[in-house]
Ligand binder design. Structure first.
Ligand code: ZN
Ligand code: ZN
Length: 139
């Protein structure tokens, strides 16, 4: 199935009207090989969408479960398709504290065993490694 058809179907299945903006934002996630921030999305878009529109699209996609946040640090949010994650755990990520670039660490499989105190229930596990990417390390 071609990507455009898949995107159109995904939008409809999730109750969205198919607009050029929504289709293009979702298409970027299918093309990307790593999670994307709103800033990166703005730079990659060929359509003329303003920040508020992109924010609304990302927010609505997140609420619908079409994408999820791989990394959040204040207003810096990095999103990705949820396909690589299970119901109860996400694959780990590396985030650069210099530029915010976030990469998936898919070599790490399975879940980490963490003992919680009595009465606490774990629902979702996320692992994040913070550091510097090669270009920020040199600065
Ligand atoms: Zn960096
Ligand atoms: Zn990821």
């Amino acid at each position: 199935m071609d990507v455009l058809k898949k995107i159109t179907e995904l939008l409809k299945e999730n109750g969205f009207k198919v607009t050029k903006g929504r289709a293009e934002v979702l298409a970027l996630f299918f093309k990307a090989d790593r999670p994307l921030s709103q800033k990166e999305i703005m730079e990659m878009l060929r359509l003329d969408l303003d920040r508020a529109s992109v924010y609304r699209i990302l927010d609505a996609f997140t609420q619908a479960g079409l994408i999820h946040m791989a990394y959040v640090d204040g207003r810096h949010r990095v999103y990705e398709l949820p396909g690589k994650c299970g119901a109860h755990s996400c694959h780990p990520h590396f985030s650069c504290r210099g530029c915010g670039m976030t990469a998936c660490l898919e070599d790490f499989k399975g879940r980490y065993k963490v003992d919680l105190a009595d009465g606490f229930v774990a629902e979702r596990q996320k692992v994040l490694i913070e550091g510097l990417c090669p270009s920020c390390k040199g600065k």
